[in-house]
Design a protein around this ligand. Structure first.
Ligand code: NAD
Length: 368
């Protein structure tokens, strides 16, 4: 199959993982050939570190005729603008989450993708990690029987404890919901299918936060979005899940995700990571035990969604981290925000195909 030339737009914190993994794990599928950023020094830093020849302003990447696909690693507020610009330049796009910050923005992206015939994929791709796929396979092979309910918690205390630039995390477009919920929603959609309705209670616990680290230690941040959000989801298959998502919690002993089946319970590790044990306890088991993982590539991380997209373009089949799945996940997240204000159960208008397990794509590093 054709190896893709890939450009990155947005060379901040997370770009490091993408560039490193592209070199070390995914080099059979794509090569990062150009880096673009409004702050050229950010692109230059990675270009020098990873010996990438081309770097410069974003236009350099959009206008490069040798590039097949652009990875959009800019901040969420400009995801729509950058993704649309890249599609119009004739490139496929894989973007970090969220797809866009509003339903209108996401619809715009889907329209331009359709018009240009170029594909859009969207992170998080951690639902394709070894533990997440192990859990999916066990579920589909009936290890815990038909799922009845689920429980998830994302417990964090706030980025101002380690990031001096934490302001963004408390503004509209971020908060625990837009920043962290995509990991949980993608996992849930992969494991249980699309969501039918949601109910939520939420609050802004502290309207003002204080940055704890230099050089801005002591500066105040105004909080625009709820930081304690407790939701209930009903899935189209009838499963009911509770989901607590917060930037107010010091620590918890609760598992990240649990699924309760008619024959047993499964515990799934952090959906924001690519490692960890899946635990299972079935009728008559005296304790939880670790499920063996099927995938030999324990080191892979962000970027597997890009590989799956490139393979799927080559094979002319749908890719798993699709724009439709990202639209549905973000639609649910926005509905949780709205339900927190209206105190009503809200029907989810969008839906998405449940992505198939990676074991259905044979002969690939995705599943060995
Ligand atoms: N940092 C993380 O741990 C992390 C983890 C997973 C996902 N993400 C997601 O990755 C994305 C980027 O996050 P980050 O932490 O790397 O952000 P960042 O602020 O560190 O980097 C963003 C970069 O994008 C550049 N940029 C902004 N607007 C641009 C534009 N219009 N054109 C070109 N470049 C532009 C900035 O100059 C900056 O270099 C976000 O969507 C975030 O949700 C981040």
């Amino acid at each position: 199959m054709k190896k893709f030339n890939v450009g990155i737009i947005g060379c901040g914190a997370i770009a490091n993982q993408y560039i490193k993994n592209a070199k070390e794990v995914y080099s059979d599928y794509f090569t990062i050939t150009a880096l673009g950023d409004l702050r050229i020094e950010n692109a230059q830093k990675y270009a020098e570190q990873y010996e990438i020849e081309k770097f410069g302003p974003p236009e350099m990447v959009y206008d490069d005729p040798t590039i097949d696909l652009i990875i959009n690693l800019t901040v969420p507020m400009v995801h729509e603008e950058v993704t649309v610009r890249a599609l119009e330049a004739g490139k496929h796009v894989y973007t970090e989450k969220p797809l866009a910050c509003s339903r209108e923005g996401m619809k715009h992206i889907l329209e331009v993708s359709k018009k240009t015939g170029k594909r859009v994929g969207c992170a998080p791709d951690s639902f394709m990690s070894a533990p997440a796929q192990t859990a999916k396979k066990a579920l589909e092979d009936d290890w815990i029987g038909a799922p009845i309910g689920a429980n998830a918690i994302c417990a964090m205390r706030g980025n101002e404890y380690w990031r001096p630039d934490a302001d963004f995390f408390y503004q509209k477009g971020a908060g625990p919901m837009m920043d962290m919920a995509p990991y949980y929603l993608n996992s849930f959609i992969s494991l249980l299918g699309p969501v039918d309705s949601v109910m939520t209670m939420s609050k802004i616990t502290w309207p003002e936060r204080t940055i704890k680290v230099p050089p801005r230690r002591g500066e105040k941040i105004q909080v625009e979005v709820p930081t304690y959000v407790s939701s209930i989801m009903r899935f189209q298959n009838g499963v009911i899940a509770t989901f607590v998502n917060s930037f107010d919690i010091w620590k918890t002993t609760s598992p990240y995700i649990e699924i309760y089946g008619e024959k047993g319970t499964m515990v799934i590790p952090d959906p924001n990571r690519y490692k960890g044990d899946v635990l299972i306890r079935r009728f008559k088991d005296s304790e939880f035990h670790v499920l063996p993982q099927f995938i030999e590539y324990a080191t892979y991380g962000r970027g597997i969604g890009v590989v799956d997209m490139i393979r799927s373009i080559d094979a002319d089949v749908p890719h798993r981290a699709s724009a439709e799945m990202a639209y549905h996940a973000t639609d649910v997240i926005l509905a949780m925000d709205e339900a927190g204000e209206s105190h009503k159960e809200l029907k989810i208008e969008s839906t998405a195909e449940q992505p198939s397990g990676l074991w259905n794509t044979p002969e690939t590093i995705l599943w060995k």
